[in-house]
Write a protein that binds this ligand. Structure first.
Ligand code: AMP
Length: 228
């Protein structure tokens, strides 16, 4: 990859990495800083489950077990979201694609609109530490700001630093046994995408074991270089 991109097409970035690597946190940073829209298939699926839609009903038990939702459902949800007008300024994909079939479907969707993937950013982490990281995390239910029992506690207990809400939530699938299943799914079905994107010349690796601020600046620098 020579770092140049086709002019006038909205940037498309993918965040790759196992559960707990910080994809959501980093995607929100990129959204604020670069005006990209975060597309999280996990968030879209959780919304589908909460709404009780047909797709949500099919996804619920699969998600609770830590397995991957079927490609058909996820691709359809992503395709609909990608077609919405706010995606016209560029997107950051968080948690999609997770299988080779999804990656191929994404290539076709982007080709249809004359777009391309600018970078697939791999957040490299240590699996064992991931289980600790995930088991302690919680989120503001109002604004989505992420917290952690050990690494990032709110300044005032149970109160969001960002928006002041007292509405912290923990994900149903953030427990140790489900996390292990999610890690297995990652290694079996998603890790092959590292070679897939490396082969296309768009893979960028970031050491994601350090402090959130340092990881953010590494990803921001990389994003600036591909958006040029
Ligand atoms: P996440 O919020 O990205 O950790 O996703 C939570 C759960 O949603 C995963 O453990 C899967 O069950 C499901 N999920 C999210 N994105 C996908 C995807 N691209 N393909 C299949 N299942 C997904």
């Amino acid at each position: 990859m020579d770092g140049s991109r086709t002019p006038q097409t909205p940037p498309v970035l993918i965040l790759l990495g196992p559960p707990g690597a910080g994809k959501g946190t980093q995607a929100r940073m990129l959204e604020d800083r670069f005006g990209l829209v975060q597309l999280s298939t996990g968030d879209l699926l959780r919304a589908a489950v909460a709404s009780g839609s047909k797709a949500g009903k099919a996804a619920k038990a699969v998600m609770e077990a830590g397995d991957l939702v079927s490609d058909d459902i996820v691709i359809a949800i992503l395709r609909d979201r990608l077609a919405q007008p706010d995606c016209a300024n560029g997107v950051i994909l968080d948690g999609f694609p997770r299988t080779t079939a999804q990656a191929e479907a994404l290539d076709h969707m982007l080709a249809d609109s004359g777009q391309q993937i600018d970078a697939a950013v791999l957040l490299e982490v240590d699996d064992v530490k991931m289980v600790v990281r995930i088991a302690g995390r919680f989120t503001c239910g109002d604004c989505g700001e992420g917290y952690h029992d050990t690494f990032k506690t709110p300044k005032v207990a149970d109160t969001c630093d960002n928006c002041g809400a007292r509405n912290m939530t923990r994900r149903a699938d953030d427990n140790a046994s489900t996390v292990m299943a999610r890690l297995d799914a990652y290694h079996e079905q998603t890790a092959p995408l590292i070679a897939y994107y490396d082969g296309k010349g768009v893979l960028r690796r970031v050491d994601a074991m350090g402090e959130i601020g340092g990881i953010q600046s590494a990803i921001a620098t990389l994003t600036e270089s591909v958006m040029r």
